[in-house]
Design a protein around this ligand. Structure first.
Ligand SMILES: Cc1cc2nc3c(=O)[nH]c(=O)nc-3n(C[C@H](O)[C@H](O)[C@H](O)COP(=O)(O)O)c2cc1C
Length: 167
């Protein structure tokens, strides 16, 4: 798998700062650490998926907002063409058992033909949950590798070695 490290890569990720389960108020979301480690290790470009309307800073409000956004989650900027990248990393926190709804908005119209996709979730107990199967439904024609990993949110800040091994 190590040759993948040298391919032109893009990380598409969602991550939210502010108050979150288990970590309290943070300036940087858990998944963002993982995206940055992959960038460091592979030279990948980063595309951060951002909601058009930010989520509430309070965790208790955010979880309700996220539920309402399933299937209707506008984002600030879209990426339209991924044809120059051979490997696409999709990274998302687990939200209610699946990806953050904005991830779907970001990837559903992209043409993944011939692209290799690797998936990372961060979570507080659900692991990969339904993320891989739900991404498979929208990334048609992608070569989704069978090596997805799930990293506990509170471990992300110290997960660089784990990511290097995964590479
Ligand atoms: C709206 C919302 C829903 C969540 N749902 C789940 C869940 O179903 N299962 C789980 O293990 N963790 C859940 N979590 C915890 C996050 O997946 C976890 O804290 C993740 O690392 C956050 O990533 P981020 O800091 O990059 O946004 C949820 C968190 C939020 C804010």
């Amino acid at each position: 798998m190590s040759e993948l490290k040298n391919k032109k890569s893009l990380v598409i990720y969602f991550s939210r700062a502010d108050e979150n389960y288990a970590v309290g108020y943070v300036d940087k979301g858990n998944t963002e650490y993982i995206a940055e480690y992959v960038k460091d290790i592979t030279g990948a470009s980063l595309f951060k998926v951002e909601p058009l309307i930010p989520y509430s800073k309070e965790y208790s409000k955010c979880i309700l907002e996220a539920k309402q956004r399933v299937g209707n989650a506008p984002i600030k900027n879209k990426i339209n063409d991924i044809s120059e990248y051979e490997v696409i990393y999709i990274m998302t926190p687990v939200y209610w058992g699946s990806y953050a709804p904005e991830i779907e908005t970001a990837i559903k119209d992209l043409d993944f033909t011939g692209r290799t996709v690797r998936i990372v979730t961060t979570h507080e107990g659900s692991g990969l949950a339904r993320v891989v199967e739900d991404i498979k439904k929208i990334c048609k024609n992608a070569n989704i590798l069978n090596d997805s990993i799930a990293i506990k949110g509170t471990d992300c800040i110290r997960a660089r070695n784990k990511i290097e091994e995964w590479m």
